[in-house]
Design a protein around this ligand. Structure first.
Ligand code: ZN
Length: 338
């Protein structure tokens, strides 16, 4: 069948008339659309997924999804074949290409907190005469690397990166810059940013995992300003800025909830879900994308410290994070599918 289609395609190319018009069937093939033609009413339909375009022969308007009318040019009958004007072809290509692409998370930036001269929180416990010492920068690097490996195996087409992959010191601004510098190839692509930390409390009884996101009242100011350079009025700019903020917040909350569910599934029986928190953490606030800050557990709680001193437990934490991030990605990418 593929050969037949190829031959048909070449034939259609061969019969292309001189001038600007394009054989409609060639366009239908190119767009992978279904085509129907009603010869008596002289009405044709191109459809794929949720998009349907109806035209009447020699009329210069196209009807999109039964409602929207677009004056793009004419489709004409010549020598028994339908031909689309260059303008109609360009419009249909744009319409069908746009609807083909859904939202995609093309980058996951995992940020292991602290590093180098900044150990983060750390604590020693004496258990059965042995001393266990927990250092945040080490725990979070281990879990982050595990998470990266799991996500990279599951999503070979996505870029799964770490802000640091060894014991390096990075300023907070540098971490966010790594993510903010990423250039996306299309408006349908998104990045998510996950900062991984371990917690400490003055109360040694406190334990559990929690995920922080940016509260809606924290505007991200003019962080998006450079993307809006073409927009004239300050008012519109502010509205758009706010909309983007809200979009990020909604997605950040969904991601945070999903990660908590992921932890529940792997370490829920050993630790405790302390829930979703709102905070204006620098790394979260300055990221121009859905972003969360994960606190794996408390190094100051002896039971949790014992768990986190065990790499098998840290791997479970990574699997919990992985489950949460994967569920979020699948929901996000599936949300706009037909
Ligand atoms: Zn930290």
């Amino acid at each position: 069948m593929a050969t037949l289609r190829a031959i048909l395609f070449l034939l259609l190319l061969a019969v292309r008339l001189p001038g600007e018009d394009l054989p409609l069937m060639q366009l239908v093939e190119e767009l992978r659309a279904d085509f129907r033609w009603e010869p008596y009413r002289k009405i044709g339909t191109l459809a794929r997924g949720d998009t349907k375009v109806t035209f009447r022969l020699s009329s210069d308007s196209l009807v999109i999804n039964h409602v929207e009318e677009k004056r793009a040019g004419k489709i004409e009958l010549k020598n028994g074949a339908l031909y689309a004007s260059e303008a109609v072809a360009a419009f249909l290509r744009e319409l069908f290409t746009t609807t083909i692409e859904g939202p995609t998370i093309s980058w996951v930036v995992i940020d292991p907190g602290h590093g180098g001269k900044d150990p983060g929180t750390n604590h020693s416990h004496t258990v059965d005469g042995n001393t266990i010492r927990l250092v945040e920068k080490e725990i979070v690097l281990f879990v982050s690397k595990e998470l990266q490996a799991l996500l990279a195996a599951r999503f070979p087409d996505k870029n799964i990166i770490l802000t640091r992959s060894d014991d390096t010191y990075l300023k907070l601004e540098e971490r966010v810059e790594i993510a903010n510098r990423i250039e996306l190839e299309s408006e349908f692509e998104s990045i998510v940013f996950i900062s991984v930390h371990a917690n400490a409390s003055l109360n040694p009884a406190t334990y559990g995992y929690e995920v922080w996101y940016l509260p809606p009242e924290y505007g991200r100011g003019n962080l998006l300003a450079e993307n809006l350079a073409g927009i004239e009025t300050e008012e519109l700019r502010q509205i758009l800025n706010t909309m983007k903020d809200e979009e990020f917040t909604v997605e950040s909350v969904l991601l945070a909830r999903s990660i908590l569910n992921g932890f529940d599934s792997t370490i829920g029986g050993l630790s405790k879900n302390l829930g979703l928190k709102e905070e204006s953490w620098f790394v979260v606030r300055n990221a121009k994308m859905p972003s969360v800050l994960v606190e794996l557990g408390f190094v100051t709680n002896v039971a949790e410290a014992r768990l986190m001193a065990d790499t098998a437990h840290l791997r479970k934490m990574a699997v919990g994070l992985y489950n949460g991030v994967t569920a979020f990605i699948e929901g996000f990418e599936g949300s706009n599918l037909p």
